[in-house]
Design a protein around this ligand. Structure first.
Ligand SMILES: Nc1ncnc2c1ncn2[C@@H]1O[C@H](COP(=O)(O)OP(=O)(O)OP(=O)(O)O)[C@@H](O)[C@H]1O
Length: 414
């Protein structure tokens, strides 16, 4: 077995024509509510609505960046799509197959195709295991022996991520943070995955090392044709690697667009505020437009999110409609999706009107939560797309490696 083999390249650099590529991952109405138990009898006392109904697609070979403040549900979303968590509702399709409620056995072969890279290169590697054991673990878990044997393959993988193959017998504490993250990346690549979900892959690293790891991910994508979902709280991290970017706020996607449109003409006030916080190193490029927007108040609780638009309590454009009506995520003809009653930069928008009311005349609006009429239903797999899981019976890290046993991510936590 050659690992990792070449796949058709779909470099994640400049935003390509990702829409024309095949859909590798489709998420529809995805929810994760963590129940809150109280008292001796562990009575239900509400739920943390960590992910509260999100829809998106990831095309083969592209990089989707997912950004938002701490607690908005990014990591939960990452764990849901790699099936380390059981969704409360919604549907996850991978390569046209409904994997929403696949059990451990059903997920085992899928694990080869989807891997996760974790935030903390210090805690995600077992300090008692050698690098050889850590990077070779996915082979053991999947019961496969690569051509030439595990050791040779692991050494090749170490080389692929820029590490010395002679360090096979060393332990994690002998490596720097950046090198440990490379080890985590080598482990994720071992089974030649198609989708890699990287959860804050550089936030625990020194700024000087961050660029190296981001560049490595970018190079690997170009070489191997990987598809990435890269999660970050910081728009500056995803800026250089993403084809498209989804912005999350309190469990919802509020904006999703290709990188150029999002940076040049953000439509959601929240995106605008996030962008204004990204430092622009060159003072000549700073303008009045790039003034910092300081959001009012704290992020509300995901246990009882605000009515209407969840962002209205911190939004300077909020009006009565924002307090009472939740704006749906709508897609413009350009592919730009936004959930806002008073979007910025909306084409043909009548000031003060909602995007739906104003733009419906001039541009095609698609409610992305509803499947297109001519879209065939994918092969069902026992899910009606409205499942109410939560029994934790889904795939776990232990069954073969979206997270290996060297990670603390050992499956559903509830
Ligand atoms: N196992 C769990 N049980 C209960 N609540 C949880 C659990 N995991 C996450 N949460 C809550 O769900 C919400 C979303 O958390 P999540 O970690 O997905 O956010 P995030 O955007 O990734 O934040 P960060 O960037 O800080 O990691 C938070 O309020 C968090 O406290």
């Amino acid at each position: 077995m050659g690992v990792p083999a070449q796949r058709p390249a779909g470099h994640g650099g400049p935003a390509g024509d990702t829409a024309s590529r095949e859909v590798l991952l489709r998420v529809t109405g995805l929810q994760k509510h963590f129940p809150i138990k109280k008292g001796l009898l562990q009575r239900n006392a509400g739920a943390v609505k960590a992910v509260d109904g999100i829809d998106f697609e990831v095309h083969s070979g592209e990089t989707l960046g997912v950004v938002g403040e701490s607690g908005c549900g990014k990591s939960t979303m990452g764990r849901l799509i790699t099936r380390l968590l059981e969704p409360t509702a919604g549907k996850i399709e991978f390569d046209g197959r409904d994997i929403t409620h696949l059990g451990v056995g059903g997920m085992r072969p899928m694990r080869r195709d989807m891997q996760m890279i974790f935030q903390d290169p210090y805690s995600s590697l077992n300090p008692r295991h050698t690098i050889g054991t850590i990077v070779g673990a996915p082979f053991k878990l999947q019961g496969v022996t690569p051509d030439g044997g595990v050791k040779k393959e692991v050494q090749r993988l170490l080389e692929v991520v820029g590490l010395n193959p002679e360090h096979y017998n060393r332990y994690p504490h002998e490596f720097s943070g950046g090198q440990r993250q490379r080890i985590g990346i080598a482990r994720a690549l071992a089974l030649n995955p198609r989708l890699v979900v990287a959860d804050e892959p550089v936030s625990a690293l020194d700024v000087s090392i961050q660029a190296q790891v981001v560049n490595l991910l970018d190079d690997l994508q170009a070489e191997l044709g990987l598809t990435y979902v890269i999660i970050a709280h910081d728009l500056s991290v995803v800026r250089h690697v993403s084809d498209r970017i989804a912005v999350m706020y309190l469990g919802k996607i509020v904006e999703l667009a290709d990188r150029e449109s999002l940076y040049k003409a953000p439509m959601h006030p929240y995106t605008k505020a996030l962008l204004s916080a990204v430092p622009i190193p060159d003072p000549k490029r700073r303008s009045a437009k790039s003034e910092r927007i300081l959001l009012k108040g704290d992020v509300p609780s995901p246990i009882s999110p605000p009515s209407g638009c969840r962002f209205h309590t911190r939004c300077w454009k909020a009006t009565e409609v924002c307090r009472t009506q939740e704006p749906p995520l709508v897609a413009l003809k350009t592919g730009h999706q936004v959930a806002c009653h008073h979007p910025e930069n909306a084409p043909d928008q009548v000031p003060g009107e909602t995007v739906t009311a104003a733009a419906r005349e001039a541009i095609e609006i698609v409610d992305v939560s509803k499947p297109a009429a001519d879209e065939p239903e994918p092969d069902g797999n026992g899910s009606d797309g409205n499942g109410s899981g939560g029994d934790g019976s889904g795939g776990t890290a232990a069954d073969g490696g979206a997270a290996s046993p060297d990670t603390p991510e050992d499956g559903p936590k509830e």
